[in-house]
Design a protein around this ligand. Structure first.
Ligand code: FIX
Ligand code: ZN
Length: 436
């Protein structure tokens, strides 16, 4: 946005609070989003989840439903999907009011799809959403959520993912679905993956006992092969609260530190790809809950600072799961231009915390951060996750503009348009150094 644009009449000052808030609301609604972290897949991918029973059996809702009943966990897991959905509907929507964010999200989604949730008619919802043609439904959901693109989570160690990408013609890919190369097994389960790497033809010791120059070279080759295949927009890993860098407190920690230093970051640098760190998940605090069994822990921002300081020519996108880490992460981002904080992740993706965190980030960083990602696992969820988040981001941003108005500074319409576009996708594209 140049001042010439402003002076050329492409923009006008917003002089009253009501006009300002109305314009911000419009811009936030009409600006397409780049959703930078999801678990979604293109229509032809066998694991793309969508529809009412998948919405109701989202692992957030499984955890909420199982805590209010005495049903043995295994009995729940043995139920067919539809009966799991019935169980969740009964316990969270009928026997109790659906006031949690994940419950309300189901209702927001159904309402946006044109259903009358006032009927409370689950059978009717199923009928209305039956027989969906997946490609048409993807188009319909992207339009309803006003999404431009989503970034997937692509794990080459996942057999279904591997098989899909090995046979895919990159030219035939759906451009709305961008790839992210997810490398948790490499950094968290080295000894378990080396035999697989050896089987795939990479010259690593099958038991993971050796981490010499040849081995790290082969890990770089593995990463480069999958970068070539996936064309990812970033590399990513999800890390536990105890993650530290550097960490030589034990053999596993030293292996992780060396893989980061000698394989991951050199490849990220060579390919100009950011490394996305998602830090603070305590995996399987209750294993009986399976995918719903993960918890949260406060992590070390010092380790993030050390990575950003130690590798100034590598870009780091970081989201942290603990509320208590958010202020430190915001301050760290003030210190490092190669650090991009993103999202209100998972247990933070609730209106009260999105409001708090987004306001704090605007106060600390201006508009130079990525306020949200959906983390959607079920296609339809992007509707509610972005409706809810857009409303909050718009509200918080309007509050900041209103404070400017009080000083006599009048935000221009083109400036609001510029700022909203940056927050809902532009900052991401600028940070990764390319455009869609
Ligand atoms: O590691 C991750 O990508 C997490 O987002 C997931 O493991 C988690 O289950 C999730 O979907 C949270 O929203
Ligand atoms: Zn995720």
């Amino acid at each position: 946005m140049s001042m010439d644009d402003v002076s050329s009449g492409k923009s006008r000052p917003l002089t009253s609070v009501s006009e300002l808030r109305s314009f911000v609301r419009q811009m936030v609604e009409k600006t397409p989003v780049t959703d930078i972290h999801t678990h979604l897949y293109p229509p032809d991918f066998p694991q793309l989840l969508y529809g009412i029973d998948e919405l109701l059996t989202y692992h957030y809702l499984i955890a909420e439903a199982l805590r209010v009943t005495s049903l043995p966990y295994d009995a729940f897991w043995q139920l067919p999907r539809r009966e799991q959905a019935d169980f969740i509907w009964e316990n969270l929507f009928v026997n109790r009011s659906p006031v949690s964010e994940a419950c309300r999200g189901v209702l927001t989604t159904l309402a946006k799809l044109g259903l009358d949730v006032g009927t409370r008619d689950l059978a009717g919802f199923r009928t209305a959403l039956s027989g969906l043609h997946v490609s048409e439904y993807v188009d319909r959901v992207f339009a309803a959520a006003n999404l431009d693109r989503v970034v997937m989570t692509n794990d080459p160690f996942d057999p279904v993912e591997r098989e899909y990408w090995l046979r895919r013609d990159p030219a035939a890919r759906d451009p709305r679905f961008l790839a992210a190369l997810r490398i948790d097994p490499l950094l968290l389960s080295w000894r378990q993956v080396t035999s697989q790497l050896a089987e795939w033809g990479y010259q690593v010791s099958p038991d993971g006992s050796r981490l010499d120059a040849q081995t790290t070279g082969e890990v770089r080759r593995f990463l480069a092969d999958w970068i070539e295949r996936l064309q990812p927009v970033y590399l990513a890993v999800s890390l536990p609260p105890e993650f530290a860098y550097p960490d030589h407190s034990g053999p596993e920690q030293t292996i992780r530190t060396r893989l980061i230093e000698e394989a991951v970051l050199p490849v990220a640098r060579e390919h100009g790809l950011p490394f996305a760190l998602m830090i603070g998940v305590k995996r399987q605090v209750n294993p009986a809950l399976r995918v719903a069994g993960d918890g949260v822990g406060k992590a070390s921002v010092t380790s993030v600072e050390r990575l950003c300081a130690g590798f100034p020519d590598v870009k780091f996108m970081v989201t942290m799961l603990s509320r208590e880490n958010q202020h430190e992460l915001g301050v760290a981002a003030r210190k490092f231009r190669n650090l991009m904080p993103f999202g209100c992740w998972w247990f933070l993706n609730n209106p009260s915390l999105i409001t708090e965190i987004t306001r704090m980030r605007l106060e600390l960083l201006g508009t130079s951060f990525i306020p949200q990602h959906s983390d959607a696992r079920v296609l339809d969820q992007v509707i509610y996750k972005w409706m809810h988040s857009r409303a909050i981001i718009g509200e918080v941003l309007s509050n900041q503009y209103e404070l400017l108005l009080q000083t006599g500074w009048q935000p221009m319409t083109a400036e609001v348009e510029r700022d909203v576009a940056a927050l809902l996708g532009g900052n991401f594209w600028d940070f990764i150094g390319r455009r869609p």
